[in-house]
Design a protein around this ligand. Sequence first.
Ligand SMILES: *Cc1c(COP(=O)(O)O)cnc(C)c1O
Length: 379
Amino acid sequence: MIINKIIHYGKQTINQDDMDAVSNTLISELITTGPVTKEFEDSVAKYCDVKYCLAVSNGTVALHLASMYLLQKDDKVLTTPNSFLATSNAILYVGARPVFVDIQEDGNINLDLCEEYLKKDSSIKAIYAVAFSGNMVNQEKLKYLRETYKIKILEDNAHAIGAVYDGIKAGSCINSDCSIFSFHPVKHMTTGEGGAITTNNKELYEKLLMLRNHGMTKRDGLAPWEYEMTDLGINGRITDFQCALGLSQLKRLPEFINRRIEIAKKYDEAFKNTAVKPLYEFHGKSSYHLYVVQVDFTKLNITKEDLYNILKDKYSIVLQIHYMPINKQPYYKSLGYGDENIPNMDKYYEACFSLPIYPLLSNEEQEYVIKSLFEILND
Ligand SMILES: *Cc1c(COP(=O)(O)O)cnc(C)c1O
């Protein structure tokens, strides 16, 4: 089969309804954070079974704002090296200190190891857990750690909108203080750039509402033009036309997730009893932002880099690697990180890559990806 376009690991799905929603909002009087933003927030909250939702300019800002509320300077925060930079960067933004904990088999932070750390060190104040690839972290353990050690919990659900763990929806914050989403185009649904924080904590919600808008408030007793800045906030606002896109995409989200699950199932079938090992066996709980496989290159004639290059140059398939260990980034090294004892993460990084998965990936294209991969690996 000839595929005459480049196949990436993820991309957005935009239709006419999405475009109409955006243009209809663009001609309204108010185009930045206004009534459509509120409607989008209410819809996301309803979708997640959570009390409050605050839409913001991107997932990174969601993490930053949440950290401004949750953390104090010098707090230690347990987090995963297997995430996008933004998760631990947010901890640094507020002067707190990430502590990188090793991952377990499914790519998520190892919560048993977290407990070891918590037992030894009372300056650990929080866990930032990422639902890697769309697979939520063990909720019973999260609940246990939260209650036993009285720590703050943030769930980075940038990969996981639509995921469900034993009836607990991603973003419902049953076992966490708050959760964040990203609406970047590679994620399940998009607003161009965008993100959200969900929470059941009214105080957290109201504080972030203010911090999203420079830390400004208007209170009774002030003249009509007066405002007061009581906290150092940021501009974390999102526009109404982005939220119009979000509302339209949210309606289509169940269909997007079903298609992703279908693709994941098909990959699982194709890789049974082969050298390509899915990160975890198929299960319906994951909302499959990523489809990650591991290959033991030490047993093959080619390296991961060879595979990457051949797929790209000869087959026009661009793999992604999720993720390079954050603790080994030069900036983190300059802060003294990099030599953590995290053998599972290091081993995982040698072997992992993410295959194309997005609603518009056709059956034909997926078959082409599978066939190409085996052509190279069996060579
Ligand atoms: C995408 C992503 C973010 C950041 O979201 P942006 O909207 O790109 O700022 C944070 N954490 C994880 C795990 C992500 O995948």
